[in-house]
Design a protein around this ligand. Structure first.
Ligand SMILES: [Zn+2]
Length: 312
């Protein structure tokens, strides 16, 4: 699922391309995508995009007349930037947003295509009128990058649960999902199953710093990779829109996420995992759990010998 650094990159890529530009047509191919019926989509056709915003893990196009198009990519949703007149024809194309072709900014296309390469169609589109209704759409977790240590500690320890759960809960922290939470907990040297009530003051401040450092590092890194100023996200001459496969939860330079059995770049211990339904938690036993490989009772029964007991 695209998380804060990925969503920030989409916002940076969208801003110079659509702000100030007229949205001429919305074509929706998947009926399940649009979750609202009033106002209808033709209410915004011909309206100008005045801002591109983020709401949690959602991407928002604010249009004149107090309209908001809210896109939630969920796990497999992605955005592509295509030439004027491009139609949503591919198997995975869910919707197309056509913009007026005349434009003096980054004139490398005019159609925003929403794709979803998964049988499970979970991505959503809401068309909302009025900022209050739009803000009510998503949980408002703490904005980690702008947060003070004390507010972070309060938010994180409000309920007693595992760190993995607390860090990825959108009601607690804003914009962090499965991939970056693995990276954050690894950077902080904390076990994903530590209970938030057991955290010391020192551990909480380490975790706060790890959240900020990890999210800032990857936001800057992705901006630089795609030709945007690392600090501001402003486009450079090399700015390009992320293409197929560019927004991914599996990056070669990640420390532990998606690195099962690979050596930890910090201590060399093989990265371990906990498999849960659709999710896999990755962690380094050397850096995070004092050398212990975590076993889940039902999982160890299920996996028998496949479930590692000792750090490899
Ligand atoms: Zn390690």
């Amino acid at each position: 699922m695209p998380e804060l650094p990925d969503i920030s990159l989409y916002l940076d890529a969208l801003r110079p391309r659509v702000v100030g530009r007229r949205l001429t047509r919305i074509t929706i191919r998947s009926p399940a995508l649009l979750r609202t019926f009033d106002p209808p989509t033709d209410a915004v056709e011909g309206r100008c995009v005045i801002a591109v915003e983020r709401l949690g893990k959602r991407i928002v196009l604010a249009l004149d007349g107090d309209y908001f198009l809210v896109i939630h990519l969920m796990i497999a949703g992605r955005l592509l930037w295509k030439p004027a007149g491009a139609k949503p024809t591919g198997k995975i194309d869910q919707a197309a947003f056509c913009f007026e072709p005349e434009f003096c900014g980054l004139n490398d296309g005019a159609t925003l295509v929403l794709t979803e390469a998964s049988k499970m169609k979970r991505a959503s589109l809401h068309l909302i009128r009025g900022r209050d209704d739009f803000l009510a759409l998503a949980p408002r977790g703490l904005e980690v990058l702008a947060s003070m240590p004390a507010d972070f500690a309060t938010a994180l320890t409000r309920e007693n649960r595992t760190l993995k759960r607390a860090v990825t809960d959108p009601h607690t922290l804003d914009g962090i999902g499965n991939a970056y939470s693995d990276e954050i907990l690894w950077a902080a040297g904390l076990s994903p199953i530590t209970l938030t009530s057991r955290l010391t003051t020192d551990e909480l401040s380490r975790l706060h710093a790890a959240c900020r450092d990890t999210l800032t590092h990857w936001t800057r890194r992705l901006r630089a990779d795609f030709g945007y100023e690392p600090e501001s996200g402003a486009p450079t001459v090399a700015a390009r829109f992320p293409g197929v496969g560019d927004i991914t939860a599996f990056r070669p330079d990640f420390g532990v996420h998606g690195k099962f059995k690979k050596p930890c770049p910090r201590c060399g211990t093989k990265v371990a995992r906990i498999v849960r339904a659709e999710n896999e938690i990755n962690y380094c036993p050397g850096c995070q759990t004092g050398g212990r490989v975590l076993a889940d009772r039902s999982l160890s029964r299920l996996l028998k010998d496949d479930w590692p007991r000792e750090a490899e």
